[in-house]
Design a protein around this ligand. Structure first.
Ligand code: PHE
Length: 448
């Protein structure tokens, strides 16, 4: 049962808030750095625009037509195999809450860095590196404290529901985030390093594009626009009637890509300007960047504070969208109150998040590592690289084959016009084939 609905603007900002997250500002620059820039960016852009945008409309449609939580929306809409399709929704709900286990820990690091930015920044990359790895490996209490704060903030928003919590949060934080990112970008434009940053991001060096980079780029394209797990689906179940899904998808994908590119260009400009390394891995924004901000003097402190605040905003608006599918599921399925559902979902990612957190520390990394990765990295890998693309594939197949074309067409004909057939073709053939290739590659069956 749904009473509260998003306003139109509220929905756009909430969906964009979900999409624009740590993926854009933390992950995108460092994986671009690791995989050598231009060619990687190009694959990512093509995937987002062709496959991401196509499946985004399908995912919105499932929620918009189903009007229920992710699992039940699949079930009601499926003409046959209802129980099997329900599982697709369930998988998404679990993917979201699992992503939250490490996502909340990373939000915790960011909150900690806001505090750091008010004091003295590390004066060199070496110093910044040891500060970061010290927090990661030895700082159990610090990380626990900030992970707890993150959990409390996220749960507090979810308890207030779609309108009073999620919509309000996004109406306030998203414009501020866009303002901060654009201000920093315009400053970066005035620096000499900008040209190098532009070259790095937009001049493709195809020799760097191995199959690993390809799979990462496709996986990231899903992660960054929040596809494949039901976040967008769950929000869409609270859309007002007669919404224009095509336009909404376009705005969300456009904003997400725009902010990733602005953030990437800004970061790389700063890094080049002060001679730091772009290929620093996950520590990029926590290591190279603070050292660069130090070089900028007082302005650097202001930038550091603004930057980490923007990052925290981006993280929080995505975090609520990652948890909401589980919350909505608990409300729909078991008739639990919103308060009880939000607290239970929150506690789940909080407690499992502690295991993720500990798995990075010296004291516990050994017990919490399995094979080549620790718990934290496994969860990231299994959710982002496997569950999201797989979830996206199921959504494409569901709307492309299981739901009758007439029903799909009726919902989209006004907003798409003649474009419908092209979209439907992309959904039925291009997106699934591309995704199957990526997954076979992941499983090691196919390599190129
Ligand atoms: N899109 C978010 C980011 O870029 C992460 C996310 C993935 C959120 C899937 C919701 C669903 O950080």
């Amino acid at each position: 049962m749904k009473i509260a609905r998003f306003s139109r603007l509220g929905f756009i900002l909430a969906a964009a808030g979900s999409a624009v997250g740590l993926g854009n500002i933390w992950k995108f620059p460092y994986i671009t750095g690791e995989y050598g820039g231009g060619a990687f960016v190009l694959v990512y852009l093509i995937t987002v625009l062709c496959i991401g945008f196509t499946i985004m409309i399908a995912e919105m449609l499932i929620g918009y037509l189903g009007r229920l939580d992710a699992a039940a929306s699949f079930e009601t809409l499926a003409p046959r195999f209802k129980m099997q399709w329900r599982l697709a929704g369930m998988m998404g709900i679990w993917a979201g809450i699992l992503i939250m286990t490490f996502y909340s820990v990373v939000i915790g690091w960011i909150l900690h860095y806001i505090v750091v930015a008010f004091g003295s920044l590390p004066s060199s990359v070496v110093e910044a590196e040891s500060a970061f790895s010290n927090m990661l490996k030895e700082g159990i209490a610090t990380q626990l404290l900030f992970h707890t704060i993150s959990f409390l903030m996220i749960t507090a928003v979810l308890v207030r529901g779609i309108k009073g919590g999620i919509e309000k949060l996004n109406l306030v934080l998203m414009p501020m985030l866009i303002l901060i990112v654009s201000t920093m970008f315009f400053y970066a434009l005035t620096l000499d390093g900008f040209e190098q940053a532009w070259d790095f991001m937009f001049t493709p060096d195809w020799s760097k594009l191995n199959s690993d980079a390809f799979v990462t780029a496709v996986g990231h394209a899903f992660f960054t626009v929040s596809l494949g797990m039901g976040a967008i689906l769950t929000y869409s179940a609270s859309l007002p009637k007669n919404s224009n899904l095509t336009k909404s998808s376009l705005i969300v994908v456009g904003l997400d890509t725009g902010i990733a590119l602005l953030a990437g260009l800004t970061l790389f400009t700063f890094l080049y300007q002060y001679g730091a390394e772009p290929a620093k891995g996950p520590g990029l924004v926590f290591i190279s960047l603070p050292a660069v901000f130090y070089e900028m003097g007082t302005l650097g402190n202001v930038f550091a504070i603004l930057f980490f605040i923007a990052l925290a905003f981006a993280g929080l608006t995505s975090a609520v969208s990652l948890t909401e599918p589980m919350v909505q599921y608990l409300i729909d399925k078991f008739s639990f109150s919103r308060f009880y559902s939000a607290v239970s979902a929150g506690l789940f990612f909080y407690v499992v998040g502690i295991i993720a957190l500990l798995s990075n520390t010296t004291a516990y990394s050994e017990v919490l590592s399995f094979g080549s990765k620790n718990f934290f990295d496994w969860v990231d890998y299994i959710t982002a690289s496997i569950m999201l693309p797989f979830g996206g594939l199921l959504m494409a197949l569901f709307i492309g084959y299981a739901v009758p074309k007439s029903q799909v067409h009726a919902a989209l004909k006004n907003s798409m016009g003649k474009g419908f057939e092209l979209w439907y073709f992309m959904l039925r053939y291009v997106a699934p084939i591309a995704l199957v290739v990526v997954m076979l590659n992941l499983l090691g069956v196919l390599s190129f």
